[in-house]
Design a protein. Structure first.
Length: 408
C-alpha cells in the first residue's frame, strides 16, 4: 500500500541527517480505507473513564471530540470480550450497549472532522479472577506466571491490588474461540462507525504473550519458531479482515520491550517475520513502538512492511518531523502530549507552546485531567512549555517530579 510521497523541497540535509519544517506533518496520507489530513496521530492511552460494565461515558465522547484535530485518533484499549478485560473502568466492545457508546464517539469525532480507529486489547495473563466472568482464571499462550509483583506503572491503573497468578494455557479450540471474539468485535466496531481497529499486539498483552519466547512454551503449531509464535496474531488479523475488510485492520507492536515481564530470545527475527507477514496481508498500518531497544526498530522493520508505518514513544515535534522526512515512519503518534493538549495538532502547526500532563489524573474517573485541559487560547502563559518539550522523565501541571511510564 503506497503512501503519498513527500516533496524533496521539504527536506534539507545537515550533517547527513534530514531536517524539515513542520509542514511535513500536515501532508495527507492514505490509511486503510480512509485518507487522513495530517501525519499526527493520537496514541492509544488508557484513561479508565468508562462505566464499570465497559460502556463508554459522556466524558469519553467529549474527550475524543476535543482531540479530533489529529489526523488519526487511536482509542484507548478496548476489551474485545469479557474474558479479555484486566482493569476496572476500561471500555469494551462486545455488547449492544458498548457498541452504542462507541457509535456516539465515532459520530462526535467525525462531526469534528476527525478519524478514529479502536484499539482492541485482550490482556491475557495480566487479568485477575476478580474482574473476569464467574471468577475464572486468566488465559495465556502458556501457563507461565508473570513476575507476581510486576506492574511497571508508576501510576497504577485501577485493578485488584493482588499479585499476578498463574494463567491457564489456551487449548487449540479455545484459541479459535478467542480469534472469533476479535472478529466479532471488529464487526461491531465497523457497525459502530469506527474507521478501523488496531490489534494491540504490544505491551505484554495476549498477542505479545504468544509472540514472546519466555511466555510461550507451546510445542504445537502456535509455539517454537518465530513463524509459529506469530500465528495467533496473523489468525486474529485474518479473521478481523474477513469480518470487515483488509483496510479496516491495523496492528501495534513493541518489539523487544519487556514491559509486563515478556522477553524474546531474538526480537529482530520475531518481528521481522511478523512485519513481512503483515505486509502481505495489506493491513491499514503498522504502529511500532521503540521503547529503548538497543537495535533500531524502525530502521529494521521499515523495509519489511509496505504499508503506512506509525512511530510511537519518545517523539517530540522535531523528532517526528525528522523521522517522517527520513521515511523511517509515515506518521507519528503522541500520547502524553495529546492527553494534555486537545489542540496538539494545531499547536504543532502554529509553533505554539504546550500544556504539561498531570500524571496523578491519568487513571482517575473524573473530568479533571481528562476533558479540562485548556486549548492554547484558554491556557495560562506561566503553565506552558516550549512546543518541542518531551515528557519522558515525568511531568505534572504543578511539578516535574516522578518518572512516568507509557500508557497502553
Amino acid at each position: 500500500m503506497a503512501t503519498i510521497p513527500i516533496p524533496l523541497s521539504h527536506i534539507a540535509h545537515q550533517g547527513g541527517y534530514p531536517l524539515a519544517d513542520s509542514s511535513i506533518l500536515f501532508q495527507p496520507l492514505k490509511v486503510g480505507n480512509i485518507s487522513v489530513r495530517n501525519r499526527i496521530a493520537m496514541a492509544p492511552c488508557t484513561r479508565q473513564r468508562a462505566h464499570l460494565d465497559g460502556t463508554p461515558t459522556e466524558l469519553m465522547i467529549e474527550y475524543y471530540r476535543q482531540r479530533a484535530g489529529a489526523g488519526l485518533i487511536i482509542s484507548e484499549g478496548i476489551s474485545p470480550a469479557a474474558g479479555g478485560n484486566g482493569y476496572l473502568f476500561a471500555p469494551g466492545l462486545y455488547t449492544d450497549s458498548h457498541q452504542k457508546g462507541w457509535h456516539r464517539i465515532a459520530e462526535a469525532v467525525h462531526a469534528a472532522g476527525g478519524a478514529i480507529f479502536g484499539q482492541l486489547m485482550h490482556v491475557g495473563r495480566l487479568s485477575d479472577p476478580l474482574v473476569l466472568p464467574h471468577g475464572t482464571n486468566p488465559v495465556s499462550a502458556s501457563a507461565v506466571r508473570p513476575d507476581p509483583l510486576a506492574r511497571h506503572y508508576t501510576v497504577n491503573c485501577p485493578r485488584p491490588k493482588r499479585v499476578y497468578g498463574t494463567p491457564r494455557e489456551l487449548s487449540i479450540e479455545e484459541i479459535g474461540t478467542v480469534v472469533g471474539e476479535f472478529a466479532d468485535c471488529a464487526r461491531r466496531a465497523r457497525d459502530a462507525g469506527l474507521d478501523g481497529v488496531e490489534l494491540h499486539a504490544a505491551s505484554g498483552y495476549l498477542p505479545m504473550q504468544f509472540l514472546s519466547t519466555n511466555s510461550n512454551r507451546r510445542t504445537d503449531r502456535y509455539g517454537g519458531s518465530a513463524e509459529n509464535r506469530a500465528r495467533f496474531v496473523l489468525e486474529v488479523v485474518e479473521a478481523m479482515q474477513a469480518a470487515t475488510s483488509p483496510g479496516f485492520v491495523a496492528v501495534k507492536v513493541s518489539p523487544g520491550w519487556t514491559f509486563h515481564d515478556v522477553f524474546d530470545d531474538d526480537p529482530v527475527e520475531t518481528y521481522s517475520v511478523l512485519a513481512r507477514a503483515l505486509s502481505e496481508r495489506q493491513i491499514a498500518y503498522l504502529e511500532v513502538g521503540n521503547y529503548g531497544q538497543p537495535w533500531d526498530v524502525h530502521a529494521v522493520l521499515r523495509p519489511l512492511f509496505a504499508g503506512p508505518m506509525i512511530g510511537v514513544a519518545g517523539f517530540t515535534r522535531s523528532k517526528a518531523i525528522a523521522a517522517i522526512a527520513a521515511h523511517r515512519v509515515d506518521m507519528v503518534a503522541f500520547g502524553q502530549a495529546y492527553i494534555a493538549n486537545p489542540d496538539l495538532a494545531e499547536r504543532y502547526r502554529d509553533d505554539l507552546p504546550i500544556n504539561q500532563p498531570d500524571s496523578s489524573t491519568f487513571y482517575t474517573q473524573g473530568a479533571e485531567g481528562y476533558t479540562d485541559y485548556p486549548t492554547y487560547e484558554a491556557a495560562e502563559a506561566d503553565q506552558l512549555l516550549p512546543v518541542d518539550s518531551a515528557f519522558a522523565t515525568g511531568s505534572s501541571r504543578s511539578s516535574q517530579a516522578g518518572k512516568l511510564q507509557p500508557v497502553n
